[in-house]
Design a protein around this ligand. Structure first.
Ligand code: NI
Length: 270
C-alpha cells in the first residue's frame, strides 16, 4: 500500500524511532510496513530513501533505492574524518533543498528484512543518503543540519526607530551549531530605509565568505571578506531599503560557538 508521507510539522518526524525486535521482524505486521515503505518510496519517483517515521511508523527501518535495500535497526559509524557538503532534499520537506555536511564514508551495520546481518562500508552519495535516513530515525530533518536553519531562526525586523535616529545598532545572536568548517548565516532585516555603516561579528574564528543584500551577492567593494572581528560595509556604507535583508555567510574555523553580529545603521542618512 502506498502511504501518505508525513511532512515537516508532523510530530512523528521529531520522535526517536524504536528498534524492531528479532521476534517481531518476521511478523506480518512488520513485513507489511516494510512493503508499504518500499511501495511509497517507489511511488514518490524522486525519493532515493525513505524512513519508516515518514510513513508514520516510529520504527528503525529505512528503505533505499539503486539498488533497492531495506535496513532494519541501522547503526552508522563514521570511517575517517573526511566530510562532504552536498545538496539535499527530503520528501517530508517539499520544495526545499539545502546544503548539508556529512561524513564521506560510514560503516553501516543493520539487519535485512529477513534478519540477516549487514556490515558494509559506504561512501559518497550512498553514505549521504543513509546518514539522512538514519537522522529521520532520530527525529532530525536535514534542515536542522543546514546553515539555513540559523538564517531562518535569526530573521527578525529591526526595532522601530524614530526617523532621525543616528547610529542605531541592530544586534543579532546566532547560537551556531555549525561544526568546524561548516557554514552559517547571519541575517539582518531592515524595517525601514537606512545606511549600514558598520558590521561586526564576534568572536573571531568565523570567516566571512560572502554577503548578500536581498539575495544579490555584494561585490568585494560592498564588504571586506576575511576574519570577521570587524568589517565595514565599504567606505560609503551600504544603503538599505524597507524590507531588505542583509545576509552574511560565515565559515566556522574554531568550533561551535555563539556568534554575536552587530550592524550599525544610520537611519537618517538615506
Ligand atoms: Ni528525508
Amino acid at each position: 500500500m502506498i502511504r501518505p508521507i508525513a511532512v515537516m510539522g508532523d510530530p512523528i518526524l521529531k520522535q526517536i524511532a524504536r528498534e524492531v525486535t528479532p521476534e517481531e521482524l518476521p511478523s506480518a505486521e512488520i513485513q507489511e510496513i516494510i512493503d508499504d515503505l518500499l511501495h511509497t518510496l517507489k511511488a514518490s519517483k524522486t525519493g532515493i530513501g525513505l524512513a519508516a517515521p515518514q510513513i508514520s511508523e516510529p520504527l528503525r527501518i529505512v528503505a533505499l533505492t539503486d539498488p533497492t535495500m531495506v535496513l532494519v535497526n541501522p547503526v552508522l559509524t563514521p570511517v575517517g574524518s573526511e566530510m562532504d557538503i552536498g545538496i539535499e532534499g527530503c520528501l517530508s520537506v517539499p520544495d526545499l533543498q539545502g546544503e548539508v555536511r556529512r561524513h564521506r564514508t560510514v560503516r553501516v551495520q543493520a539487519l535485512t528484512r529477513t534478519g540477516k546481518s549487514i556490515d558494509t562500508i559506504w561512501t559518497k552519495l550512498r553514505a549521504t543518503v543513509v546518514q539522512h535516513e538514519v537522522d529521520h530515525l532520530n527525529g532530525i530533518l536535514y534542515l536542522e543540519r543546514s546553515g539555513y536553519t540559523a538564517a531562518a531562526s535569526t530573521q527578525r525586523l529591526a526595532d522601530p526607530v524614530p526617523m532621525g535616529a543616528v547610529g542605531h545598532r541592530q544586534t543579532i545572536v546566532v547560537d551556531s551549531e555549525t561544526e568546524v568548517g561548516g557554514k552559517c548565516y547571519v541575517n539582518f532585516s531592515f524595517a525601514k530605509r537606512g545606511k549600514v555603516i558598520g558590521l561586526r561579528i564576534e568572536p573571531g574564528g568565523a570567516v566571512v565568505t560572502g554577503a548578500y543584500l536581498s539575495g544579490v551577492r555584494l561585490k568585494a567593494q560592498g564588504y571586506k571578506a576575511g576574519t570577521a572581528e570587524k568589517f565595514l560595509v565599504g567606505t560609503q556604507g551600504l544603503h538599505v531599503a524597507t524590507g531588505d535583508q542583509l545576509r552574511v555567510e560565515l565559515r566556522i574555523e574554531k568550533g561551535k560557538r555563539r556568534i554575536v553580529a552587530e550592524a550599525d545603521v544610520d537611519w537618517a542618512a538615506v
